[in-house]
Design a protein around this ligand. Structure first.
Ligand code: 13P
Length: 364
């Protein structure tokens, strides 16, 4: 991997503006400073289809006439169809005086188009029911899956001398095994006492529970699959507390972005939005990142996109912030140069709160 991008600050494309001015900026595709804000609600695992439509209706009612920002709603998979039928542009225009600025978002997708992948949903399936954009690489999926599904317990159960002995015999009989693996197994069988093995097993079990989730490589495949189906992608990235505390934030973010975007063409980047969601700032009880922290990371990400794709893409890509965005901090967050919108969790489940976020900076 190349070294971290230069600390050059990519700011010239932002005119100084107050949050109020956002709503006055007409979107003029590709014109510096005129990035159209995108406020998206990630409902996570909340709302049955009918309550999702009811929530959307309340939000639209409160956002009547708002045409100068993009609004995104991301219900769970089960809510997509019903919401898709509800948010037809003609209906939204006549009923709520909204433009074509409402987008249906899925919270995830798989990278294969069909096959024996029980429980997964492909980009084709999402496109077929009218999904516009898909969130990929959310931290809930990057880091929490091991905890929920107990990843590691099957490894731990197997780390016994009996199992390793059998495994070694099997590998040797089959031939062609990685010599490093064979050597390690031989060592463990010969030297590893049961206590050491049990301790090692426990260690890996805990590690996997804490850390296992979607890999950067799986996320890359999802990005390609989604873009290939004409879906726009909201690519999430963000560091955990450990990375921040050990000053690894930028290294980690750079890895996440470089791997996820590997092979994505400059042209396809027009369909890609980045969401920076520091893991430690997400969810009930957490504090949002400070404006300085947000600004520093958004600058870093835009510089990285500049290095990867050049000025045109870097100046037009939208970079959202997510992590405890609320009505009382949205104005401050949107005033940070380089912030082009927000990905909202908890507050997006309350119609009034989400509508206030969408209408940030407007007279109440
Ligand atoms: P909160 O707004 O609840 O912190 O969640 C942020 C988030 O994860 C959105 O995707």
């Amino acid at each position: 991997m190349n070294s971290i991008v230069s600390s050059r600050v990519f700011r010239n494309y932002y005119r100084q503006r107050t949050a109020n001015q956002w709503h006055k900026v007409e979107a003029e595709g590709g014109v510096p400073g005129a990035i159209r804000p995108f406020l998206a609600g990630n409902w996570k695992m909340n709302m049955v289809p009918r309550s999702g439509v009811a929530l959307a209706a309340r939000i639209f009612d409160l956002c009547r006439g708002v045409k100068d920002v993009d609004i995104g709603l991301a219900p769970p998979f089960t809510g997509l169809s019903m919401l898709s039928d509800y948010i037809k542009p003609d209906f939204l225009r006549t009923e709520y005086d909204l433009g074509r600025n409402v987008f249906l978002l899925a919270q995830d997708t798989f990278f294969e188009s069909k096959g024996a992948f029980t429980g997964e949903i492909s980009p084709e399936m999402l496109a077929a029911i009218g999904v516009d954009r898909v969130i990929i690489g959310h931290s809930d999926r990057r880091t929490n899956l091991g905890k929920y599904f107990g990843f590691g317990s099957s490894v731990a159960r197997r780390l016994t001398r009996e199992f390793l002995t059998k495994e070694l015999e099997r590998l040797k009989a089959k031939g062609g095994a990685d010599p490093k693996i064979v050597a390690a197994l031989e060592h463990l069988v010969a030297e590893g006492n049961q206590e050491i093995l049990a301790g090692t097993a426990k260690f890996f079990e805990e590690e996997l529970k804490q850390r296992a989730g979607e890999s950067d490589e799986a996320i890359q495949r999802k990005v390609h699959a989604a873009l290939g189906q004409g879906l726009q992608v909201i690519l999430c990235c963000g560091e955990n507390l450990e990375a921040r505390d050990t000053h690894e934030t930028f290294t980690l973010l750079e890895r996440q972005i470089r791997i996820a975007l590997d092979g994505v063409s400059p042209r396809a980047m027009h369909d890609l939005i980045i969401a920076y969601e520091p893991v430690w700032a997400v969810g009930e009880g957490a504090e949002p990142a400070t404006p300085d922290q947000i600004s520093e990371v958004h600058d870093f990400l835009r510089n990285l996109i500049m290095d990867l794709y050049g000025e045109q893409v870097a100046s037009s890509i939208r970079i959202l912030y997510g992590g405890n965005v609320k009505p009382d901090n949205i104005v401050e967050i949107m005033a940070i140069p380089g912030v082009d919108g927000a990905l909202v969790g908890g507050a997006s489940l309350r119609a009034k709160d989400f509508a206030d976020i969408v209408k940030f900076g407007l007279e109440k």
